[in-house]
Ligand binder design. Structure first.
Ligand code: F6R
Length: 606
């Protein structure tokens, strides 16, 4: 969703701000803009559409040593140039970029209009620019604090003032904000990827924290104006992690990275001798792990589907009741939080608002929540009591792939740890640990079949509607397959349990509606094949995603096989082909694969 960049130092801010905005493009946005402190005062340029359109519209010879920039995802007000950020005070002095939502903006706007202010946009952010400009405080910091005292909602702000061009003031409450520390220069960003190439030293602001950023450094402080003395941390992000490195799309790059990233994620975490996992970051002793009676996964979208994979792994390996629930629904049903339930928040970005709210709901009611999170230092990672970092590396494509594989690996490790302090035998633990160890190589073998999978995808791209079916371990894979397919191809794709077909959806089957069937070699193979027979008998085409041991089925019109892993781990390998099917179908259709329409990488609003 929205992205923030800022720069202050001795270089020209304009190319640095633009580079940051290009790096933030992957988050999803509909307009972009920058405000630069020039020798002729504050200059603002905004455009609807892509960052490259903004770049083309910049006045020639626009230079300045400080500035802020933004990619906007419309929430308050339509997608127009007037509503793009930076928003500016009536006198043109104050510029504000903002991620988040001001809840009382409508009321404040009315009060300000009553006082004679004129608004030029429909945004909640413009209200803040007016409030800061109207403040009688002597410093920009005090004026920002004045404004914060009047607003409610979530925000990350960066503010410049033409009267104080030596500083950018920033504030955070509920939306991420990071300072990048350079040599006599400073950066501001909502996302680490905007800082790459410029600094390896960053400061994550906390909710309720502000900072004054100057060319010479920074000062962090609280709403009560007490210094918070934040120390920079090292960021391990290389340019190639966030660059295409010769690939045409990030989605394919990230799919192909999985063997190496999975290997890295497992390194040092598998204890094959005792058939368990080393998960120090959980901050839970074996005794505490034994004390839990139930496990609940909370995540959104694909992270929720992979939570279902996790629940099955935990039920199978630890024999504990476990389930997954969409975090977006959780807190609205006033959930009963049980002290002996382990809650697991799962998120790639660590910034998904719905998941963060679910974490807070659990904590408010005294529950214990750990995180499976990819982005180090993100909101969810910091708010959880402990967790497992996914170490998938940056994921830029909006459609998640490698991070989901890492979530499933994280759940497998957690299931091993929970199982081995219960009834999971050492031999079964060792069997699963060895299975995990073999997975990166096996993922590589699936990827080696990319060309054949791409051919199948070309056939699927022609259909306007598809089913994905599976049972038990195969069902979350089917859900993820349908999700990925619809996200990047804009085709209607729906997942069903294969067992449910005959209870309704079978009515839709004909030669125009293909089905992707997830058929592992397990105790349900025959039943899955029986469902495929029913589809074939009605003229439906079927693509089987299956194991080599599964008999050839006359009705299957195409067959993609993945190596057999330990049965509990089957969903992990079976998911790889459905990622490739979605990618290659979207490529056949010539779509904007990395930035599907209407979607954002990190959904930081409810
Ligand atoms: C699907 C997808 C989304 C995310 C969901 C949660 O490809 O990317 O469904 O899985 O928005 O995002 P995170 O994992 O960042 O919390």
């Amino acid at each position: 969703m929205c992205g923030i960049v800022g720069y202050i130092g001795s270089q020209n801010a304009v190319p640095l701000l633009m580079e940051g905005l290009f790096r933030l493009e992957y988050r999803g946005y509909d307009s972009a803009g920058i405000a630069v402190m020039t020798s002729r005062g504050n200059q603002v340029c905004r455009r609807v559409g892509r960052v490259r359109e903004l770049e083309a519209a910049l006045p020639r010879r626009l230079t300045g040593r400080a500035g802020i920039g933004h990619t906007r995802w419309a929430t308050h007000g339509a997608v127009t140039q007037e509503n793009a950020h930076p928003q500016v005070s009536e006198d043109g002095r104050i510029s504000v970029v903002h991620n988040g939502i001001i809840d009382n903006a409508t009321d404040l706007r009315e009060v300000l209009i009553g006082k004679g202010e004129t608004f030029s946009s429909e945004t909640d952010t413009e209200v803040v620019a007016h409030l800061i400009a109207r403040s009688s405080a002597g410093s920009l910091e005090d004026a920002v604090l004045d404004a914060l005292g009047q607003i409610t909602g979530t925000y990350a702000f960066a503010v410049t003032d033409a009267d104080h061009p030596d500083r950018i003031v920033v504030a955070r409450n509920g939306s991420p904000l990071i300072l990048g520390v350079g040599d006599r220069e400073m950066f501001v960003a909502s996302d680490l990827s905007a800082l790459v190439r410029h600094t390896t030293s960053a400061v994550h602001l906390d909710d309720g924290e502000l900072a004054t950023v100057t060319a010479g450094g920074f000062r962090t402080f609280s709403r009560e104006q007490e210094n918070t003395a934040k120390k920079p941390v090292r960021i391990d992000l290389e340019a190639q992690d966030v660059d295409l490195s010769g690939y045409r799309h990030f989605m394919r790059k990230e799919i192909l990275e999985q063997p190496a990233s999975a290997e890295r994620m497992l390194r040092g975490r598998l204890d094959e001798r005792f058939g368990t996992a080393r998960l120090d970051g959980l901050n839970l002793s074996p005794r505490e792990l034994r004390g839990f009676r139930r496990v609940k996964m909370l995540g959104c979208g694909s992270a929720y589907y992979v939570g279902q994979v996790g629940a099955q792994l935990i039920e199978e390996l630890a024999r504990m009741p476990a389930d997954a629930e969409p975090a977006s629904e959780f807190r609205y049903r006033n959930p009963v939080i049980e002290p002996d339930t382990l809650y697991v928040a799962v998120s790639q970005s660590g910034e998904t608002a719905d998941t963060a709210f679910a974490v807070r709901e659990v904590k408010r009611k005294g529950g214990q929540v750990v995180g499976l999170v990819n982005v180090v230092g993100s909101t969810i990672a910091r708010e959880c009591d402990g967790g497992i970092y996914l170490h998938a590396g940056p994921e830029i494509a909006v459609a998640s792939t490698k991070a989901l594989t890492h979530m499933a690996l994280g759940f497998a490790l957690l299931a091993l740890a929970l199982g081995r302090v219960r009834d999971l035998s050492i031999t079964d633990g060792q069997r699963v640990a060895a299975g995990l160890r073999a997975l990166p190589g096996q993922i590589g073998r699936v990827l080696a079949d990319e060309a054949a999978i791409a051919e199948v995808a070309v056939g699927l791209a022609a259909a306007s509607s598809l089913f994905f079916i599976g049972r038990v371990r195969g069902f979350p894979v089917a859900r993820e397959g349908a999700q990925k397919f619809k996200e990047v191809t804009y085709r209607h794709a729906e997942a069903y349990q294969a067992s449910e077909l005959k209870h309704g959806p079978l009515a839709l089957i004909d030669e125009n509606l293909p089905t992707v069937a997830i058929v592992p070699d397990d105790e349900l193979t025959d039943r899955n094949l029986a469902a495929i027979e029913q589809i074939g008998a009605r003229g439906g085409r079927v693509v089987l995603v299956t194991h080599p041991g599964v008999p050839h089925c006359a009705r299957g019109s195409a067959r993609i096989t993945v190596p057999k892993s330990e049965r509990e781990l089957d969903p992990i390998l079976l998911t790889i082909p459905v990622q490739l099917l979605a990618y290659h179908a979207a490529r056949t259709l010539g779509l904007d694969i990395d930035k599907p329409r209407n979607l954002a990488k990190s959904v930081t609003v409810e």
